[in-house]
Design a protein around this ligand. Structure first.
Ligand code: B3K
Ligand code: ZN
Length: 884
C-alpha cells in the first residue's frame, strides 16, 4: 500500500466552488447525479488533468457542459476518474453513479442502518458516493436533492437549510415518491457532507442565539426512543450557550439536526448542520443509562457542536492537520465539561484517560507525532495521540500564554482563517502574533512522538533560603525518530511546608519562571537546567506538575514520605490525587512482585490509613473521594512496570491489596456506604453522580470481604436500585468478585433488558471483563448469543473490544487463547468492516512489554494476521507497525 506524505502536499489544480447532487434512493441501487461547477486555478499552470477520487462506484455516465462524454475522453481505474484534457475555462461536469447502500458493511459512504439511509464521509467516504476531490482543502457550496419513496422515508435530511420539499408527480415502481431540496450556504469539504432518509421520530426544540436569531433544533431517533432524548437536547442547548459565552461563537444556520443511528463506526460525526451520532451517545434515561453514559453524552454532543467552528468553519488543509480540529475541539469539550461539573475531577478523569490510552500508544510500536508526517490509512490516525495529546498541546499553549493572550490568539485564528482550510502553522502563528511569544520550540510537540521524561531534583539550602529544582528532560526513541530535541515544557508548581501550609518564594533565577501568587510555572527549555527559588523561609516540598500541566512522565527525588505528606496537605487537589496514585502504583507493583502479597506491612498500613483519611473526609467533594478510591487498573500497573510484565501477578497483587484495604477499613466503609444512600429523584449531575461513584466504589471493596456481607449488600442494591448506575454497579461488583452470586442476577438482568441493545452491550462487556479463567469460554459462547452480532460495531466493541481492552489477565492469558480469539474475530471482521477490525487490533500494541512466553503467543497471532490474504489496508497498516 502506498504511503502519503505531508511534504508531498500540493493544492488541487481545479476548484469546485459549487455542486448540485441528486440522490434517487433505493436500498440496492441508489443513483447519484453530481453536477459540479469546476474552475481551473490560475496557479495550476498548463492544462493539468482533472483527477477525481472514487471507489466502489458503478459509473453510469459522464457529461461535460451538458454533452455526454465518450469513454475515450476520460479513464477510470479502481480509485480515480481522470479527464486528461479538460476545457481551459470553467465548465460543468456531471457524473452519475450507482451505489448499493445495503451491501455497504464498511459503514463508510452511504449505508443502511435499521432501514434508514445514512452517510459517514470522514475521512474518505465521499468517494464511495461519487467522484470528487475527496480531500479537505476542496471547499464547495452544496445543493442536495433527495428523492425517495414516501413510505419508509418520511424524513429526507441533508446539510444546511431546507429550501423546498414535496411530492413527485409520477409514481416510481408503483409507489409514491417525494423529494427534499437542501442548500448549505457555507462552503465545506466533502467529508462534512451528510444525508439521511428514513422513518424516525423527531424531537423539536429551539435556541435563540446571542444576536437574537432563532435556531430550530431537531433530534431524530428510532420510534419508541423519544423519552430518551431530553438530556441530549439540554446538553446541546448548554453547548450552544457556552460557545457564545466563552468563545464568542454563534451558530450560523437556521436549523441544527442530530440523527441517532444504531450502526456507527465511532462516536459521532460533526457534518455541517446535520450531526450523525452513534445512538449510544444520544439516548439516555435513568433506568437504562449510567452516570458515565450521561457524562459522555454531554461531552460528545458538545464536541460535535463545537466542531461547527473548530473543524467546519475552519477546516484542515490536509489530513496531517487532523489535530488542528480534533485536539482543539477535545480541549474545548473538556473545558465545557469542567464548567458544567467539577473542574478538578474532570482533570483527574482526563489525565487518567491520557495515561491509560495515549501513553501506551506513545510508548509502543504505534507511536506517532500529534501531527503525523506520513500514513497509509488515515482512518488509523484518529487516535488518542491526535485527539487527547492534541488537546493537551492546546492546554499547554494556554498555560504558556496566559488566559487573555490565549483568548486573543484564538480570536485572531477565527478572524484570519474563517472559511479556510488551515494548518498547524497557521494556528501557532495566530497565538504568536497575539502574544508576541515565540512558539517555535513549542511546535516540536507537534512533530516529536513519545512521552517526555522529566526528572526533578529538589534541594533546600537553609542558609541562603533557596530551593533549587534541577531539571533534566529526555524523550524515548519512537518509530522513525531515534533522537529528539529538547522541548518547551511548562511545569506548574507550588511549595508545601512541613506544617502542610503553602510556602511562598520571592524571586527566581536560572530559568524562565512565571509567578502567579504562591504558584509558578517553570518553563523548561533545556535538556538540563536548574531553577532557583529565592526567599523560601523554611524547608518545603515542591508540588510539581499541578493539574498535569504537560503530558510527561515526572520523576523526582521526593521520598514516599514526602509524597504522603503532599497527599495529605497539598493545596492543589489534583496533586493530592496524583500523590495517592503514585503511592498506590508503587505499592501495587511491590505486591505483584511478592510471593505472599496478603501480608500487610507497615508501609501498606500507612498508605491505607492515609487513603482512609481522604475517603472519609466529609469536607471533600464526593466525586474527588471516589477518584482517590479508584485503584489504578491492571493496565496502569503494567505500563508503569514497563517490561517483562506478568498480568496474572499484577492481578493477584492488586486483588489482595484491595482486599486488605476492605478488611482494614470495613467498619468505616460500611458506615459510609449506608450514609450515601440516595434521597430524592435521580439526577445525573456532578453532585448525584459523585455520590453514586463514591458509594459504588465502596461497595466494590465491600464485596471482597470474606464474610460475604458485601455480597449481600450488592444483591440488595441490585434488586432495589432505582437507576441503571446503581443496578449495574452492583452487578459489576458481583460479576467480578462475587463468585456464584452473580449468575442468577445476570440472567434476570438479561431478561429485563433483552430488547434494549444499548443495555445488552453493558451486559456483554461485563461478562467479557470478568477476570476469571472461564471468561474466555463465556465470550466464545456469547459470540453465538442471539443478542450478539459482528455486523454491529457497538456489539463488537462491547464484547470483543471490552475483552481485549479491559481484561488484562484474560486477554493476555499465558496459553495465548485470548489473543487467538481476538485475532480470529479481527480476520472475520476485516472483510466486512476494516475500520472496526483495525480498532480491535490496536489492543495488541503493548505486546512487547509482556514476559517472553506471552510475547511469543502474541507474535504468532500478529503474524497470522499479517500473512492473511486478502487483508484490508486498515488492518495491514496496524499489524505491520505492531510487528516492526
Ligand atoms: N470527526 C469524527 C471522527 C471521524 C472518524 C473517521 N474515521 C468525530 C469527531 O471527532 O468528532
Ligand atoms: Zn472531533
Amino acid at each position: 500500500y502506498s504511503i502519503i506524505r505531508l511534504e508531498d502536499y500540493r493544492p488541487t489544480p481545479y476548484a469546485i466552488p459549487r455542486l448540485a447532487m441528486t440522490f434517487e434512493l433505493h436500498p440496492e441501487k441508489t443513483c447519484v447525479r453530481n453536477e459540479m461547477h469546476i474552475e481551473p486555478k490560475e496557479s495550476a499552470g498548463e492544462k493539468p488533468a482533472l483527477i477525481l477520487n472514487g471507489e466502489g462506484l458503478k459509473l453510469l455516465s459522464v457529461e461535460l457542459n451538458g454533452s455526454l462524454l465518450l469513454s475515450d475522453d476520460y479513464h477510470v481505474d479502481d480509485k480515480h476518474l481522470t479527464i486528461p484534457h479538460p476545457p481551459e475555462q470553467a465548465f460543468t461536469l456531471t457524473i452519475t453513479t450507482e451505489i448499493n447502500p445495503t451491501a455497504n458493511t464498511r459503514l463508510e459512504g452511504l449505508y443502511r442502518t435499521s432501514n434508514t439511509y445514512c452517510t459517514q464521509c470522514e475521512a474518505e467516504g465521499f468517494r464511495r458516493i461519487t467522484y470528487f476531490y475527496d480531500r479537505p482543502d476542496c471547499l464547495s457550496v452544496y445543493d442536495v436533492r433527495l428523492e425517495a419513496p414516501v413510505t419508509g422515508n418520511p424524513h429526507l435530511l441533508s446539510n444546511g437549510n431546507l429550501i423546498d420539499s414535496g411530492a413527485l408527480t409520477e409514481k416510481r415502481d408503483g409507489s409514491d415518491w417525494h423529494f427534499a431540496q437542501w442548500h448549505d450556504p457555507h462552503p465545506k469539504p466533502a467529508y462534512l457532507f451528510a444525508c439521511v432518509a428514513g422513518d424516525l421520530a423527531r424531537i423539536e426544540d429551539s435556541f435563540t442565539t446571542s444576536s437574537g436569531r432563532e435556531v430550530n433544533l431537531h433530534i431524530y431517533v428510532e420510534h419508541g426512543k423519544e423519552d430518551r432524548v431530553s438530556y441530549a437536547m439540554d446538553a446541546l442547548k448548554r453547548s450552544m450557550r457556552w460557545d457564545e459565552e466563552v468563545y464568542g461563537r454563534e451558530y450560523d444556520l437556521d436549523l441544527f439536526q442530530i440523527v441517532a443511528v444504531s450502526d456507527f463506526n465511532m462516536g459521532a460525526m460533526e457534518n455541517k448542520g446535520l450531526n450523525i451520532f452513534n445512538d449510544k451517545y444520544v439516548l439516555a434515561k435513568p433506568d437504562t443509562a449510567t452516570d458515565t453514559d450521561y457524562a459522555l453524552i454531554e461531552a460528545i454532543i458538545a464536541h460535535e457542536y463545537f466542531h461547527n467552528w473548530t473543524g467546519n468553519r475552519i477546516t484542515c488543509r490536509d489530513w496531517f492537520q487532523l489535530c488542528l480540529k480534533e485536539g482543539l475541539t477535545v480541549f474545548r469539550d473538556q473545558e465545557f465539561s469542567s464548567d458544567m461539573r467539577s473542574r478538578a475531577v474532570k482533570r483527574i478523569e482526563d489525565t487518567r484517560q491520557l495515561r491509560s490510552r495515549q501513553f501506551p500508544e506513545d510508548g509502543g510500536p504505534l507511536a506517532h507525532p500529534v501531527r503525523p508526517e506520513s500514513y497509509s490509512e488515515i482512518n488509523n490516525f484518529y487516535t488518542a495521540t491526535v485527539y487527547e495529546k492534541g488537546a493537551e498541546l492546546c492546554r499547554m499553549i494556554k498555560a504558556i500564554l496566559g488566559r487573555d493572550a490565549f483568548s486573543n490568539g484564538l480570536d485572531l485564528y477565527f478572524e484570519r482563517h474563517d472559511g479556510e482550510a488551515a494548518t498547524i502553522e497557521d494556528f501557532l502563528k495566530a497565538f504568536e502574533d497575539a502574544s508576541g511569544k515565540d512558539l517555535s520550540q513549542f511546535s516540536l510537540w507537534y512533530s516529536q512522538a513519545g512521552t517526555p521524561d522529566v526528572a526533578v531534583t529538589s534541594t533546600y539550602n537553609a542558609k541562603h533560603k533557596e530551593l533549587t529544582l534541577a531539571v533534566e528532560q529526555s524523550c524515548p526513541a519512537t518509530p522513525g525518530q531515534p533522537t529528539k530535541r529538547a522541548m518547551h515544557i511548562p511545569v506548574r508548581f507550588g511549595l508545601i511546608g512541613k506544617n502542610g501550609q503553602e510556602v511562598s518564594f520571592t524571586n527566581t533565577r536560572g530559568g524562565d519562571i512565571d509567578l502567579h501568587g504562591m504558584e509558578g510555572i517553570l518553563h523548561i527549555r533545556e535538556r538540563k537546567q536548574s531553577f532557583v527559588l529565592e526567599g523560601v523561609e523554611s524547608p518545603a516540598l515542591p508540588s510539581l506538575l499541578r493539574g498535569f500541566s504537560a503530558p510527561v512522565r515526572l520523576r523526582s527525588n521526593l521520598t514516599d514520605d514526602d509524597i504522603l505528606h503532599l497527599m495529605q496537605h497539598d493545596s492543589d487537589s489534583f496533586n493530592r490525587w496524583e500523590a495517592s496514585q503514585y503511592l498506590l502504583i508503587r505499592t501495587l507493583i511491590r505486591k505483584s512482585e511478592q510471593d505472599n502479597p496478603i501480608e500487610v506491612n507497615q508501609r501498606d498500613m500507612t498508605l491505607i490509613e492515609a487513603l482512609g483519611k481522604v475517603i472519609f473526609d466529609p469536607q471533600l467533594d464526593m466525586a474527588f473521594r471516589a477518584e482517590i478510591l479508584a485503584i489504578p487498573s491492571e493496565t496502569d500497573i503494567a505500563r508503569e512496570i514497563g517490561r517483562n510484565v506478568d498480568p496474572d501477578a499484577i492481578h493477584h497483587g492488586r486483588e489482595t491489596f484491595r482486599q486488605s484495604l476492605a478488611e482494614r477499613l470495613q467498619t468505616q466503609l460500611r458506615k459510609l456506604y449506608h450514609s450515601l444512600q440516595q434521597h430524592g429523584p435521580y439526577q445525573p449531575d456532578a453532585e448525584g453522580s459523585g455520590r453514586r461513584a463514591l458509594r459504588n466504589r465502596v461497595l466494590d471493596l465491600l464485596v471482597m470481604l470474606p464474610d460475604k456481607s458485601g455480597i449481600e449488600l450488592a444483591q440488595i442494591q441490585f434488586n432495589t436500585a432505582t437507576n441503571m448506575t446503581d443496578r449495574f454497579a452492583a452487578l459489576a461488583s458481583l460479576t467480578h468478585h462475587g463468585k456464584d452470586a452473580a449468575k442468577p442476577l445476570l440472567t434476570s438482568f438479561y431478561e429485563q433488558f433483552k430488547d434494549d441493545a444499548l443495555v445488552i452491550d453493558k451486559w456483554l462487556s461485563l461478562q467479557a471483563t470478568s477476570p476469571k479463567s472461564d471468561c474466555l469460554a463465556t465470550v466464545q459462547s456469547l459470540l453465538d448469543h442471539p443478542s450478539f452480532s459482528l455486523n454491529n460495531p457497538n456489539r463488537t466493541r462491547a464484547l470483543i473490544g471490552a475483552f481485549a481492552m479491559s481484561n488484562a489477565c484474560q486477554f493476555n492469558r499465558a496459553d495465548g487463547k485470548g489473543y487467538r480469539l481476538v485475532a480470529d474475530i479481527i480476520l472475520e471482521l476485516d472483510d466486512k468492516n476494516p475500520q472496526t477490525a483495525a480498532r480491535l487490533l490496536n489492543n495488541f500494541r503493548s505486546w512487547r512489554v509482556l514476559e517472553e512466553g506471552r510475547q511469543a503467543k502474541a507474535r504468532t497471532e500478529l503474524e497470522r494476521i499479517a500473512t492473511a490474504n486478502p487483508l484490508s489496508k486498515d488492518v495491514a497498516d496496524i499489524v505491520n507497525r505492531c510487528l516492526h
